[in-house]
Write a protein that binds this ligand. Structure first.
Ligand code: GDR
Length: 328
């Protein structure tokens, strides 16, 4: 057991909740930063679902407010800082490009500055993303593949990524960047495609809906489980040297085939319910992503443990159970 202290931004999100659970199990003190714009809008549902809501010390604060970050760093006195907060929905980033740049791009720099000012020897993890590869330059993407961002979100994340590298090289800070491919779970937000599918299929099964409307079902993603991926975040900060790592499964699947797994789990015919709706197409698409996590396997001894099939089944089951209780 350890008595280390960790500060997590975005603690109320999917990854924040799983990471908080992991660190609490390891004996960390966990301080979480949650943006709050009214007295009631901090959503603790994910932390509650994992049974850790009362164990995380929550601080009001926002990545766009440097002073609040400095205060959080002073309060947490962290050994490790995980920057998971962002405007993270790719499609929204075309409608709110400036907010996305401020929270997702400059937000990371605010956190790095807060550490530089108040706790320069803390270890820092930046949530980088496979979206930075965008229009892919190599069939399998690794740490050395050139980037080609295809959305305001991806461009903001790329800025944060290079600033993390820059702070490591300029100020000798222990700053790591995890280039995580898509990762999902029952705690995924309903706007992302896997959860939209498992929730939508469960609704159809329960007679609460009749169709599921999706956009580009030919898009291919390398999908893993968030529970597995947060372990990689922690491992990165336990190494002797700070570095960047791709975290992925090495398998890619179309949205259509992922969707079929959910319909099969429900014993329903996909063709009877799936409707293609242009409203869900994006101004520019990332057609295919496929990650090579060889470096993480070798240096971190990290392996993904959950298959896409079992993850989608787990998500479908959780949605079915939640909706059955609600509709009684
Ligand atoms: P993504 O995730 O953009 O890859 O980014 P998302 O699940 O939103 O989209 C995946 C692919 O599915 C296609 N798609 C749809 N997507 C949504 N959301 N809704 C639909 O109805 C739909 N129909 C088809 C999309 O076009 C896309 O190709 C996620 C986010 O979590 C990022 O923050 C993170 O950085 C990356 O994963 C890794």
């Amino acid at each position: 057991m350890t008595t280390k202290s960790a500060l997590i931004t975005g603690v109320t999100g999917q990854d924040g909740a799983y990471l908080a659970q992991l660190l609490l199990e390891k004996g960390y003190r966990v301080v979480g930063l949650a943006p709050r714009r009214s007295s009631t809008d901090t959503n603790l549902a994910r932390l509650e679902w994992l049974g850790v809501a009362d164990k995380v010390e929550l601080m009001d604060g926002d990545l766009t407010d440097l002073a609040s970050l400095i205060r959080c760093v002073q309060f947490a006195d962290p050994d490790e800082v995980y920057n998971l907060g962002a405007q993270s929905f790719v499609k929204t980033s075309w409608d709110q490009p400036i907010l996305t740049g401020q929270a997702t791009g400059l937000g990371a720099v605010n956190m790095l500055e807060a550490l530089r000012i108040a706790k320069p020897n803390a270890r820092f993890y930046q949530a980088s993303t496979s979206e930075m590869y965008g229009l892919i330059q190599e069939p399998m993407q690794s740490e050395t593949t050139p980037f080609y961002p295809r959305s305001p979100y991806a461009a903001a994340k790329l800025y944060a990524h290079w600033m993390t590298v820059n702070y490591r090289e300029s100020f000798d800070m222990f700053a790591c960047s995890g280039i995580l491919f898509n990762h999902e779970s029952p705690l995924r937000g309903l706007e992302f495609v896997t959860r939209k599918v498992t929730d939508g299929v469960a609704r159809i099964k329960l007679g609460l809906a009749n169709e599921l409307r999706l956009g580009n079902i030919d898009a291919k993603r390398d999908w893993g489980h968030a529970r597995d991926y947060v372990k990689a975040m922690w491992l990165m900060l336990q190494q002797d040297e700070a570095d960047d790592f791709v975290i992925a499964t090495g398998h890619t699947t179309t949205v259509r085939d992922m969707c079929r797994i959910a319909f099969d789990a429900a014993g329903l015919e996909m063709d009877k319910h799936l409707v293609i709706d242009p409203a869900f197409f994006r101004p520019a698409e990332v057609d295919v992503l496929l990650g090579n996590a060889g470096k993480a396997r070798e240096k971190l001894a990290w392996e993904p443990e959950t298959s896409l099939e079992s993850m989608i089944q787990e998500m479908y089951k959780a949605d079915f159970e939640r909706l059955s209780t609600q509709s009684k």
